[in-house]
Every structure is written in C-alpha cells, then in structure tokens.
Design a protein around this ligand. Structure first.
Ligand code: G4P
Length: 190
C-alpha cells in the first residue's frame, strides 16, 4: 500500500534493535484516514472467504481491525492482554511472549465472544516473530473456532513471523513489508 510506505518513510523512524517507531501515525497519534484505507484493503483481499468475525489484540491492533470489521460488516472481538475484576464468566487464556517488549502476558477472551465453528480474520499492527498471531490461533482452537486469515499493517520481513504463519497454511496479507531497516534507511520487500 503506497500511502502506508510513504508514511513509514516520512513519519516513521528506525530505532536500534529492529524496532520501527510509528507513533506519529499508527499507535499514539493515529492517522485514521490511512488506517481506514488499510481496513478497506484487508476487506477487499479477504472478502472472498466466509469470515464470521474479525479479531485483534489490544491495543494497537484495534484501529485497523475496527476499520476492517466495518468494511466487511462483521463483528470485532478484542483479545485482552490483562484480566480485571470485571472480566468474569468463562475465560479462555494462553500465554504469549512478546520478544520486542521482553514480556509475557495472558491473552484472554470470554468464551461467549467466540462461537464454535467461527471463521476468524486476525488483524494486527505489526508482525515480527508471530507470537501474537499464534496466541490468537491457540485461543481460537480452544473455542472450537479457527483463524483462517491474517492481515498485518507492517510486517518486519527480516523476522520469522510470516514464514511461520505460511508454514501453518495461513493466508497472510501485509500492507507494508520491511526487508531491512537501520539509521541509514528503510527498504521494502516488494
Ligand atoms: P510478534 O507478536 O510478531 O511475535 O511480535 P513481538 O512479540 O515481537 O511484538 C509484539 C508487540 O510489539 C506488539 O505490541 C507489537 O505491536 C509491537 N511491535 C513489534 N515490532 C514493533 C516495531 O518495530 N515497532 C513498534 N512500534 N512496535 C512493534 P503489543 O505488545 O501488542 O502492544 P500494543 O502496542 O499493541 O499495546
């Protein structure tokens, strides 16, 4: 998606350790027009399959996932990273390791919000090693549902996430694929 690549080049910043700062348009200040277009791209690509829900992980996946759900006319379910006293009922949980942030969290969803047989479209802001996506796949499995498509705003193609998801047989659409990045510049894979 050309506009997204331009935003990455003009408003993003490559930090040490293979991390791309995108707080000017994606996860702090939010360019909603750009992300609405991202949602429409995902909807166009995935509309041939009979998805029943869009799912994402709080927090930065929510905006692109919401625009995708809106464009596809589907409900959106947000997987939580933290439980709370008011999150009651039967919960499905799986542990996810975030390598970028160096933390573990319990990915959580109420069983009521994923139905057995659901065909889920997982949308997220970044794909790095794929741990978040595999956490979502595991929660779907626990609910008797399946993740049948993955839409990613920014893929770091120099990390193993895409290869792992493709090996698992998933259709992965990334709107920008970064082959390499450093203080000298950012190169796209396509
Ligand atoms: P993985 O899911 O593909 O394995 O990725 P990893 O665990 O390494 O990273 C997950 C978290 O780190 C996600 O945020 C993701 O958005 C963020 N992340 C990964 N790479 C980058 C990057 O290059 N730049 C930025 N800005 N973020 C990155 P999260 O923990 O789910 O938090 P939130 O920001 O969504 O609340």
């Amino acid at each position: 998606m050309q506009k997204l690549k331009e935003a990455i080049l003009s408003r993003g910043k490559a930090l040490d350790g293979g991390v791309l700062l995108v707080d000017a348009f994606l996860n702090h200040q939010v360019d909603v027009q750009l992300l609405r277009e991202a949602g429409e791209r995902f909807a166009a690509h995935f509309s041939a399959k009979p998805f029943s829900r869009v799912v994402t992980i709080e927090s930065s996946g929510i905006v692109p996932a919401a625009f995708t759900a809106l464009a596809m006319g589907l409900p959106l379910v947000i997987f939580k990273k933290q439980t709370s006293r008011i999150l009651t009922g039967e919960l499905l949980q799986t542990r996810v390791r975030s390598f970028t942030k160096g933390i573990d969290y319990q990915l959580t969803v109420k069983r009521d919000f994923i139905a057995p047989g659901d065909c889920l479209l997982f949308i997220d802001d970044f794909l790095a090693s794929g741990e978040a996506a595999f956490g979502a796949i595991e929660l779907a499995r626990m609910a008797g549902a399946s993740v049948d498509g993955v839409g990613i705003v920014i893929e770091k193609s120099f990390q193993p996430g895409r290869a792992r998801l493709e090996q698992a047989g998933l259709d992965v659409l990334s709107l920008a694929r970064i082959r390499s990045m450093s203080a000298q510049g950012i190169e796209f894979a396509d």
